[in-house]
Design a protein around this ligand. Sequence first.
Ligand code: PLP
Length: 397
Amino acid sequence: PPRFATVATAPPDSILGLNEAFAADANPKKMNLSVGVYKDASGQTPVLRCVKAAEQRLVDGEKTKGYLPIDGQPDYRDHVRRLVFADSIDASRIAVVQTPGGTGALREAAALMNSQLPAIRVWISTPTWANHQSIFASENIPYDNYRYLADDKKSFDIAGMLEDLTGKTKPGDAVLLHACCHNPTGVDPTAQQWNEIAAVLAQRELLPIIDFAYQGFGNGLDEDTVAVRAITSVCAEAIVCSSFSKNFGLYSERVGAVSVMSADADTTTAVKSQLKSLVRSNYSNPPRHGAAVVATILDDSELTAMWHGELTEMRTRIKALRRQFVDTMKTTGAGHDFGFLLDQNGMFSFSGLNPMQVDELRNKYSIYIVGSGRINVAGMNEERMGELCTAVANVIE
Ligand code: PLP
């Protein structure tokens, strides 16, 4: 009998599935505020100018398509280390491995835990990016949740988080943290709160895994390292998973890196060798193009300045859209105060809309947001803000 006849259909990805429904929607007024990609004022997800310029240079200068080293392109890895850690930690304590996107970085971190840290458990925020659970489950790492978003669905439950990290974890457990622009809530700890969190991590001997998918989308490239700095100044070990999908707009090129900080250089050498061995049996070595683009930009002061400008443009535009949404909601009727969105960071916000309201937005207005009420602010459009806000006001009335 055919072996695959018994295969059951897997559920579609909850967020990417919405994209398919959106594509099939014939309503010309449809709006997609679900998937986490940046869109400019014309509704496009643009290729950054600095990326185009770097690609031109790469095409002109490319001499070979030979394999990259297992751990990726060396100058790229060095740039990642400096972006994430600046020079606060000695380079000999950090093993950086280029990965296919931030997802690849998280999966590599989970694989390292699976192979080298038996009995480890990972603690994940409630709520979190849905793929976190799947990634750790795929490497057989058990997970549990710590409190994060307060019951008002607008603010950070720092007391609950610290209580859970202190009272529920076992020494040696891992804790997954969003460095900035928490997905899906947009709610980030303050610098002072990061110090408090870091102190508990150190005191309880917990292993921080920092998901850094939005560096530069919060308050700035350097400003957004506040969590990394707070944690690495009191913890001897940490893992940082970087993605350059959003901040370089290189989504489809799959550019990321996992950086493992160890207590000393000898340990780092051993960890690096294990990371490479995991890569070797998984995808052998990473793709070159996206990392070469990033390295070309960061090797050149002019292209770097261009990138900083374009990143600032994306960040400030998202902040302006937040402001415009909040102001426009106010004009739709009494009590429509979305002011809490102004304190949130990055592409996403928790709107507080319930699943019924989310369904109504989609069925009546062809406005697509994620079932949890998460809105991709970066998918809003200046010119259609009135339409969006009228629809939201109608479903919450
Ligand atoms: N981590 C978080 C919190 C994300 O939101 C994303 C992307 O949406 C990723 C990691 C993975 O990014 P990449 O597309 O680079 O795999």
